[in-house]
Design a protein around this ligand. Structure first.
Ligand code: PMT
Length: 404
C-alpha cells in the first residue's frame, strides 16, 4: 500500500515525448492521497498542455518564473518550501545538464536550487543521449548531491531506437516516490505520540481549550511510521484522519490524556509530546449549564498534571521529546523546559504569523544536551520527517552509550 496521504508533491515536467506519462502519474499520485502542484518548463508545454495538468491537479499550473498572477497566488520561494518531495518526471537531458550546473534561468531550475526538500528525477531521453559521457557526468554530480535518480528503463523509443532512456512507467514512479518516504531508521522501536489540544469542561456545554489542530502531532506519527516504528497516537479532539498503521487512542481532557499515556508508556521506547495540553482545569465542573446572571464570572482553576515531566521522571523513562510553543524568548524558554522537565530533546516553535497552531507550515528549533538544530519554515510533514531523523540519531546514540 502506498503511503502518500497528505504528502505534498511538486511534480516538475520537462520537455519530451514522455511528458504524457506525467498526466497519468499526476492522476495516480492524487488517487493515492497526495497533494500535487505542477511546474512545467516551456518545452514541456509543447508536448502537453498546462490545462490538462491543471484539470488533473485541481491547482493552478506554474510555468513561468516571473509571472504576476502565479507569483501573487504563491511566490516561487513559497513554492520551493511547500513540497515534501520534488519529483521531476520526465526529466530531459537538457534539464539534467542545467540542474547539475546550478542554472536558475526558469521556474523549475530555480525551485530546484531554492528547495530543501528531497528531489527525485525520472530521466527520459534518446538512448545515445543517455549514454553520452556528459549526461553520465551530470547524473553523477546530482547523485553525489543526494538527488535520487530513478530509471530509465530499456526498450523501444519514440525515435525508433531501442535502448536505455525510456521514462519509468507512472506506476513504477509512484511506487518509488512512495518508498522514498520510508526510511526504516526506527524499525523495531515503539513510539508514543500525543497530539492536538485537550479540552477542560466548564459545564455540560462549554470548555477551555486552545487552537491546536493536531497537524504537527499527526505528521510526527506518520513520519514515525515511515521510519518503521510501531506508533501509538494519543489524540485530543481534532478533525484529522489518523495514519492507518497507528494505534489511535482518542481522549478529550488532560486527565484522560494523562491516564492513556501512563497506560501505554511502559511499552514505549520514545515518547513525543506534541499535544498542546491544558495547564489548568476547572476546580469544580458545573453539572448544569451555567446561567447568564452577573456581569462578571470567575472560574476557579487547578493545575493539571504535567504529563511530559511525569514521563521523564519515571524510573526507566523512554527517550523523551517535548515541544515548546512560545510567543517570546524562544530559545531561553525552550532550554528552561528541556532542563526543568529533564527531557532528552525539545522542539521549540515560535507561534503566530501563520506558524505553529492550526497552520500547515511551521518552523522548529530543536535543542538537546549541548546541541541545537534550526529547521526553516516548511510543511509540518517535512519538519516531522527531519525531526524523526534527529530523534533516531540521538536515541541510537543514547542506546549505544548505555550498552558500553
Ligand atoms: O496541533 P497544531 O495546530 O499542528 O500545532 C502544533 C503545536 C503548536 C501545538 C505544537 O507544535 C506544539 O508546540 N506543541 C506543544 C504546545 C505546548 O503546550 O507547549 P508548552 O510549552 O505549553 O508545553 C511544553 C511541553 O509540555 C509540551 O511538549 C506539552 O505537550 C507538554 N505538557 C504541557 C502541559 C502539561 N500539563 N502536560 C504536558 O505534557
Amino acid at each position: 500500500m502506498y503511503q502518500l496521504t497528505g504528502k505534498r508533491i511538486l511534480l516538475g515536467v520537462t520537455g519530451g515525448i514522455a511528458a504524457y506519462k506525467a498526466a497519468i502519474l499526476l492522476r495516480q499520485l492524487r488517487q493515492h492521497g497526495a497533494e500535487v502542484r505542477v511546474v512545467m518548463t516551456h518545452n514541456a508545454c509543447e508536448f502537453i498542455t498546462p490545462l490538462t495538468m491543471q484539470a488533473l491537479s485541481g491547482k493552478l499550473v506554474h510555468t513561468k518564473l516571473l509571472d504576476l498572477e502565479t507569483e501573487s497566488a504563491m511566490s516561487h520561494i513559497e513554492l520551493a518550501r511547500w513540497p515534501d518531495l520534488v519529483l521531476i518526471a520526465p526529466s530531459s537531458a537538457n534539464f539534467i545538464a542545467r540542474y547539475s550546473n546550478g542554472f536558475a534561468e526558469d521556474l523549475l531550475s530555480t525551485l530546484c536550487l531554492a528547495t530543501s526538500s528531497p528531489v527525485m528525477l525520472a530521466p527520459a531521453m534518446n538512448q545515445q543521449m543517455w549514454q553520452n559521457p556528459v549526461t553520465q557526468e551530470n547524473l553523477k554530480k546530482l547523485r553525489t548531491r543526494g538527488i535520487i535518480i530513478i530509471g530509465p528503463a530499456k526498450g523501444d523509443q519514440a525515435c525508433g531506437e531501442n535502448g536505455l532512456g525510456r521514462m519509468l512507467e507512472p506506476e513504477e514512479v509512484l511506487t518509488l516516490a512512495a518508498k522514498s518516504f520510508e526510511t526504516n531508521i526506527l524499525s523495531g522501536s515503539r513510539l508514543l505520540i500525543t497530539a492536538g489540544p485537550t479540552r477542560e469542561a466548564i459545564d455540560p456545554v462549554r470548555y477551555i481549550s486552545n487552537h491546536s489542530s493536531g497537524r504537527m502531532g499527526y505528521a510526527v506519527a506518520m513520519a514515525g511510521i515511515e521510519a518503521g516504528a510501531e506508533v501509538s497516537l494519543i489524540s485530543g479532539p481534532v478533525n484529522l484522519s489518523a495514519p492507518s498503521r497507528a494505534k489511535l487512542i482518542n481522549v478529550i481532557s488532560t486527565a484522560e490524556m494523562h491516564f492513556a499515556v501512563m497506560q501505554e508508556v511502559s511499552s514505549t521506547d520514545i515518547f513525543i509530546s506534541t499535544a498542546a495540553v491544558a495547564d489548568y482545569s476547572l476546580q469544580n465542573i458545573a453539572y448544569k449549564k451555567i446561567k447568564k446572571s452577573s456581569d462578571t464570572y470567575e472560574l476557579s482553576l487547578k493545575k493539571n498534571p504535567d504529563i511530559l515531566a511525569e514521563v521523564a521522571a519515571l524510573d526507566s523513562p523512554p527517550f523523551t521529546v517535548g515541544f515548546a510553543a512560545e510567543t517570546e524568548n524562544l530559545e531561553l524558554n525552550a532550554q528552561a523546559k528541556l532542563r526543568s522537565k529533564r527531557l532528552d530533546m525539545i522542539a521549540a516553535n515560535q507561534v503566530g504569523q501563520g506558524l505553529g497552531f492550526d497552520s500547515e507550515m511551521n518552523a522548529l528549533t530543536v535543542f538537546w544536551g549541548t546541541g541545537k538544530k534550526q529547521m526553516q519554515k516548511a510543511s509540518k510533514t517535512r519538519l516531522a520527517r527531519i525531526l524523526i531523523t534527529l530523534i533516531a540519531d540521538r536515541y541510537n546514540e543514547k542506546n549505544i552509550n548505555k550498552t558500553h
